[in-house]
Design a protein around this ligand. Structure first.
Ligand SMILES: [Zn+2]
Length: 268
């Protein structure tokens, strides 16, 4: 009987090892796992509380298979260029990240970026990686190049941190070691979410019809309990291009203008 238990423990250990070493949240995930199924799209709309549009890939999944991140086409179906490719959709992660934003983590990171040339260089590399991944997604989805957003990533990259959700979405999509500040943020939410476990049960409404039109009144991440995120301030042209940083990227926004409106709504 004791032997039995030992075997079971060993088996559990092996399972654990297999799970923690398996490449899961990777931009280079197999085609079958990246491709959004009708079920994925329904789950996304339930996670966000609104329908999604122009989602072309699921670059990161929960261990249970549910989407964590949606990849939006670099050009929306109405023709609008769309720089924010990776959008964090899992409500447990989005609300945990919002807590860190409210606690001032972005200010701290911006101070470090200003003081640490090595960190600044790595952050610039993350920006380049973001652009490369977007180009690959554009190619895979048949969208092709979107010159209007050349050199424009999201979340404040390459020099500032303006949205931790963007960095975490990128980190989960790219896998560890690509976006250092995103990786740090994931480590910092370990109290609420970790990559090893499924936190989906009860995280969104699974009853009734999935949202089929935009009912969101609470901004990009669609979560009424989010408070304390600063209202987006946009002064320059490059900031306008970055409007999607905090915008309803996975589909609520058809244009940068509506994205901006959603961002404003969020701060209320
Ligand atoms: Zn799950």
């Amino acid at each position: 009987m004791d032997e039995n238990r030992v075997d079971q423990n060993r088996e559990a250990e092996n399972d654990e090892r297999a799970r923690t070493t398996a490449p899961r949240h990777r931009a280079d995930a197999p085609e079958s796992s990246r491709q959004p199924s009708p079920h994925d799209l329904e789950v996304l709309s339930r996670q966000l509380g609104r329908p999604v549009r122009d989602v072309v890939e699921i670059p990161a999944r929960c261990v249970c298979g549910n989407p964590l991140v949606a990849a939006t086409s670099p050009r929306l179906s109405n023709g609008t260029p769309f720089p924010t490719t990776f959008y964090l959709t899992h409500p447990v992660i989005t609300s945990a990240v919002s807590r860190l934003e409210a606690a001032g983590l972005m200010n701290e990171m911006n101070d470090r970026l200003a003081a640490d040339a090595g960190l600044a260089a790595r952050y610039r590399s993350a920006h380049e990686a973001y652009l490369s991944s977007r180009a690959e997604i554009g190619a895979r989805s048949g969208i092709g190049a979107v010159p209007e957003i050349d050199g424009v990533s999201a979340g404040g990259m390459p020099t500032r941190v303006k949205c931790l959700h963007v960095l975490v979405g990128h980190s989960l999509a790219a896998g560890p070691g690509v976006n250092l500040l995103g990786d740090e943020t994931i480590a910092a939410i370990a109290e609420w979410w970790t990559v090893e476990r499924c936190y989906c049960d009860g995280a969104w409404d699974t009853g009734g019809e999935a949202p089929s039109r935009d009912l969101s009144r609470h901004g990009p991440q669609g979560l009424p309990e989010i408070v304390g995120r600063p209202a987006p301030v946009r002064k320059s042209r490059s900031d306008a291009a970055g409007a999607a940083d905090t915008a309803a990227t996975a589909g609520a926004a058809d244009t940068a203008a509506t994205a901006g409106a959603a961002g404003t709504g969020e701060s209320q």
